[in-house]
Design a protein around this ligand. Structure first.
Ligand code: SF4
Length: 267
């Protein structure tokens, strides 16, 4: 159902601070790790943070947060804390980066799967697909969805680079400063024939369900506590909403926020 709201009905959604923080921290680490290993110094990361901050202050998603002075100070501090957490789990000069923000894709029968890998690194055993999460660390058993997302990228690497990564890895950068060990923050899962087959099967099944939903108009809902953070809850049929109102009301909601943020109307 969320897919329907977002990609079929094209209902615009509003950014939230967690999403923007995630993009911001990715950008800082992208700038840092794009430097030669010996140049990834503390001065460099401070500079990269400033560059990214300058970029984000001009971006619509940041401006749409409508942060007041206190919330904005808290926002930048939470971003700094994520970068500090990164330093507690890795010395950037030691990261053996192969690619950053690399586009990969693979055909899967009737459709093509594609996306940007945030970070592709190489260790003694070969390639590793990795990503940062700016939320608090989750144990392996609760990281399954994230790891599956990364395994899709491993599948695409297999096709496009002719090399199958041996592992996928999440670097968790959120949560309290002294609350998590390095092992809790770095979660790695091996890529195996079984995990690759699982994502191939899942992609085909989901693609089939979307195509069936487009024909029948029926899309599955998944009511959990996470609905409280869903941008479309008020129009979701599972919560008594009217999907027919979503596009107009969602467009008006974003237009109003853009006016409040002093941004031009979107054409
Ligand atoms: S409110 Fe819940 S069930 Fe409805 S679209 Fe959002 S996440 Fe899915």
């Amino acid at each position: 159902m969320k897919y329907r709201f977002q990609y079929i009905e094209s209902v615009p959604s509003l950014p939230n601070a967690a999403m923007v923080r995630g993009s911001f921290v990715h950008r800082v680490l992208e700038l840092l790790l794009a430097r030669a290993a010996q140049d990834r110094t503390l001065d460099a990361v401070r500079k990269d943070f400033e560059i990214a901050e300058g970029e984000f202050r001009l971006r619509d998603d940041f401006r749409l947060l409508l942060l007041d002075a206190t919330s904005e100070a808290d926002f930048w501090e939470s971003c700094r804390e994520c970068v500090r957490a990164y330093y507690r789990i890795e010395q950037p000069a030691t990261a053996n980066i192969v690619e950053l923000e690399k586009w990969v894709s693979t055909p899967l029968g009737e459709f093509e799967l594609g996306g940007f890998i945030d970070r592709l690194e190489r260790d003694d055993d070969g390639l590793v697909v990795s990503d940062y999460k700016t939320g608090a660390p989750k144990p392996l058993r609760f990281s399954t969805d994230y790891l599956r997302q990364l395994t899709y990228y491993a599948l695409m690497c297999e096709t496009q680079l002719n090399e199958t990564p041996h592992s996928v890895r999440i670097y968790y950068l959120g949560g309290g400063k002294d609350e998590h060990t390095r092992d809790e923050r770095v979660v790695t899962q091996a890529v195996t024939d079984a995990t690759l087959a699982d994502v191939r099967d899942t992609a085909r099944r989901v693609f089939g369900e979307i195509e069936a939903g487009k024909s029948s108009g029926e899309f599955a809902t998944n009511v959990t506590n996470l609905c409280n953070w869903c941008d479309f809850k008020q129009w979701c049929p599972a919560h008594g909403g009217d999907i027919g109102q979503a596009l107009a009301a969602g467009t008006e909601r974003v237009a109003l926020r853009r006016r409040e943020a002093g941004l031009p109307e979107k054409t």
